[in-house]
Design a protein around this ligand. Structure first.
Ligand code: CP
Ligand code: NVA
Length: 328
């Protein structure tokens, strides 16, 4: 069973196949690799792009989407009567997740889930007989990274390694972006404040990916020297979904990390700006940079739909798999 939970689970050959197939399927609208397929969507966190772009992609590939609430899919709690509070052995959940997933596997052809904990996706994958695809968790956002790589290659149309700098929080989007960039031999850079930085294991992971696939990873707390030599400057919200209780504290740490005209103008004039969105104009990025002629933000959003086609065709239809080795 092929799932997509993290970028580094697969080889560059796999992603190259996904990118090529995405472009092909987006042009060949008559091809329906998901004809008759049903994909279950379950979202624990809000979403605009991931939910809509992927649903449009599945529809255009001939499949259909079924939405289920986290309460129904990921273990609804049983509300016991007050008089039963002391009764030993009462079940807490309506059904074990294992059984729910095995049931869904009898009817559906894929599970697309946005969750808080990465372990929730791992549990789904452990019991599922159909592919489980991440629509983001606290630690990873693989579908975003694939769309971003597609956008970068579409925009630069060059085989040369590019210098891609993420400024901001060491979060899910940055993690998956750095992973996929390193897999494709790009020069990945990160600038962020120390309290919101990568831990030692994550830094070792990036170094190992770089040595394995030929990319490099440079990082520090000062964005300026890194932005100066960037082909792409990328940022994301300083406060991710689920961290809203840390707003004041995180905003204090991120003073000086806004991607504004002053910072972006230090990058070469050809440099592109990227953001996965949703953006908080005036916080991590200014209007001038979001709306800059070198901003790729809406092209990225469009490509969430284009690349969802490649991912779902490859994972949910065996005829679209590649012959190349795919597991890292
Ligand atoms: N970029 C992204 O994943 O956006 P949503 O949270 O709106 O899905
Ligand atoms: N880092 C952000 C990404 C949103 C697409 C979050 O997790 O909220």
């Amino acid at each position: 069973m092929q799932n997509l939970l993290t970028i580094s689970a697969y080889t560059p050959d796999f992603y190259q196949h996904v990118l090529d197939l995405s472009a092909y399927l987006d042009k060949q609208r008559k091809l329906k690799p998901l004809d008759g397929a049903s994909i279950l969507f379950c979202f624990e966190k809000p979403s605009l792009r991931t939910k809509l772009a992927t649903e449009v992609a599945v529809n255009q590939l001939g499949g259909s989407v079924i939405h289920i609430t986290p309460e129904e899919f990921l273990g609804g709690k049983i509300l016991h009567a007050p008089q039963d509070a002391e009764v030993p052995g009462l079940p807490e959940e309506r059904e074990a997740l294992q059984d729910t997933v095995k049931n869904v596997s009898q009817w559906c052809d894929g599970i697309f889930a946005r969750v808080y904990k990465h372990e929730t996706l791992q549990k789904l994958a452990q019991w599922s007989d159909i592919p489980v695809i991440s629509g983001l968790c606290n630690d990873h956002h693989p579908m975003q990274a694939i769309a971003d790589l597609y956008t970068i290659h579409e925009s630069f149309r060059s085989d040369k390694p590019l210098t891609i700098t993420f400024v901001g929080d060491a979060n899910n989007v940055a993690f998956s972006l750095i992973e996929i960039g390193l897999l494709f031999g790009h020069k990945m850079q990160f600038a962020g404040p120390m309290p919101c930085y990568w831990n030692r294991d994550q830094l070792a992971h990036f170094a190992a990916l770089g040595s394995r696939y030929g990319g490099s990873f440079t990082h520090g707390s000062d964005p300026l020297p890194l932005v100066r030599q960037s082909d792409v400057v990328y940022t994301d919200s300083f406060v991710s979904m689920g961290q809203e209780h840390q707003y004041a504290e995180k905003l204090r740490h991120f003073a000086g990390y806004q991607v504004n005209e002053a910072l972006f103008s230090k990058a070469p004039s050809h440099a592109r700006f990227m953001h996965c969105l949703p953006a908080h104009r005036g916080l991590e990025v200014t209007d001038a940079v979001m709306d800059h002629s070198n901003s790729l933000v809406y092209q990225q959003a469009k490509n969430r739909m284009v690349t969802a086609k490649g991912v779902f065709a490859v994972l949910c239809n065996a005829e679209y798999r590649t012959e190349a080795p795919v597991q890292a």
